[in-house]
Ligand binder design. Structure first.
Ligand code: MN
Length: 259
């Protein structure tokens, strides 16, 4: 394997492994660059570090999934940034599913460190907002759920997180009357407002910041409203949230290769 010069080797790694024979100066290979999301009216993009997702944050969606909403605490799953694509992408129908679903969501992007936050600190730490798709292998997610196993195969799908360009928090507010909607091939499938969110954005950030040191680069998908459903090869998904940049995704035939 060809050695690749990597100037970004962390000091910590060098210190921990500085014994003879364990000193790291290069990496064996390079990983793909981290995803960067455009920001409206900004030259600099937003680099994506981690992606957290809130489960069941709209009552009507929880009902259609056959589960009851509780107000005990929000719950989360994560999706790998490496599996993220930008709005406008064309992606292959993923492997291992016969029921590939769209979920339209409001994404928020963190712009400042946040730990054990108050609501006020949480609000101030939001850099911006964007439309997102939480694409899901629903058959696998439900199978995992029934067996009380983690949702990784169902949720962390290659090319399965889609982000539209962000809008800065100074230019847009997530007011309750904002409409969140999604259409497949021009036919509306999801249509709700942010008033239906069970956990507010501040509540999510306060809660999540008791488990993670949230930081710039963290994206949080805040759940999907009712109306989720399958897509097939050839389908075009178009979503929107009043005042934000729209989102789209085309699902192509399965190419049998990882893109
Ligand atoms: Mn979701």
């Amino acid at each position: 394997m060809r050695l690749v010069r990597n100037v970004a080797i962390s000091k910590q790694l060098c210190i921990n492994h500085s014994k003879k024979g364990l000193h790291v100066t290069d990496t064996l290979f390079q990983l793909p660059a981290i995803p960067v999301v455009p920001v409206l009216n900004e030259n600099a993009g937003y680099p994506v570090g981690r992606i957290f997702c809130v489960g069941r944050n709209y009552a009507a969606h929880a009902a259609e999934m056959g589960v009851e909403v509780d107000r005990e605490a929000p719950f989360y799953f994560t999706k790998s940034p490496a599996n993220m694509v930008l709005s406008g992408a064309q992606v292959p129908y993923p492997q291992g599913t016969d029921n590939f679903h769209y979920e339209m969501e409001l994404a928020l992007a963190i712009g400042a460190p946040l730990f054990q936050a108050t609501a006020e600190q949480a609000r101030a730490a939001i850099y911006g907002f964007g439309c997102a798709l939480d694409m899901t292998r629903r058959d696998l997610q439900i199978r995992e759920r029934k067996k009380q196993r983690p949702w990784s195969l169902g949720k962390d799908v290659e090319n399965g997180t889609v982000l539209a360009p962000l809008t800065r928090a100074s230019d847009w507010a997530p007011s309750p009357e904002r409409r969140i909607h999604l259409a497949v091939n021009g036919e509306t499938r999801q249509d709700a407002t942010l008033a239906e969110l069970i956990w507010s954005l501040e509540e999510i950030l306060c809660h999540l910041s008791h488990f993670y040191h949230l930081r710039p680069g963290d994206i949080i998908l805040t759940g999907t409203p009712a109306g989720v459903g399958p897509v097939l090869p050839g389908d075009v998904i178009e979503g929107g949230l009043d005042g934000l940049q729209p989102i789209s995704l085309r699902v192509n035939a399965d190419t049998g290769t990882v893109q």
